[in-house]
Design a binder for this molecule. Sequence first.
Ligand code: DGL
Length: 258
Amino acid sequence: MQKNAPIGIFDSGSGGISVLRTALRMLPNERFLYYGDTANAPYGTKTEEEVIALAKNVAKRLLNAGCKALVIACNTATCAAAATLRAMYPDLIIIGMEPALKLAHDLRPEGDILVLATPVSLSSDKYRLLYTAYGAHAHSLPCPGLMDFVERGDIDSDELKAYLMDKLSPFLKDGRVPAAVVLGCTHYVFLKKTIASLLPEKTLVLDGNEGTVRQLGRRLSAQNLLSDHPAMQERVQLTTSGDSSALALMHRLLHLPE
Ligand code: DGL
């Protein structure tokens, strides 16, 4: 495998762009090929079998394009399909994501932890194990439809805030202050500011993007696959199964400040 080959990153749509943005900052010598499977989004309300089939297709596409590693920048696809992909490509570096519940638990061992994620993620075996280990104070909040706001380019409307308040308000009643809110879907990272604006200042809002990219760097380094010189070509190529408006949205989100 070539050190200077690109890293493949994918998601059901534009959520994984939040991971790509972090990866561009943390791994400055690397090039990335991004695939947003917008035509088949959302993944989070499909069956596990459907998500596995879609993830297999995307992985094949990125590997055919010569990627040296794969980042599943989607909690849903990781929960459903990471084990299948790792079994199919045992020698490949495959980095997945999971809701940052362990981080929330370590930083806030007491108090309510709210985990926002898709129905597929929250009903997966992978999440059940995580919850058993770190979920003593956690509440899992399935958010079907929340990623669609981001896919429409809406990251701060009143309609979005109403959706979020519907989920959050039971935990804010009578002066309750949640200890942490975990953004367990890469789309939600683009909603971080809006979500934080609805919460008490003390509540941490956490995602797993930095941890995921750190793990990618560690794995590449261990296999001597980190690029050894600054990228000579364009560092990012964005591709999608969607239309030109999906691509335009991905470009726009990539340039939002972290
Ligand atoms: N961005 C994806 C995740 O991290 C899921 C969105 C979806 O397709 O439902 O879970």
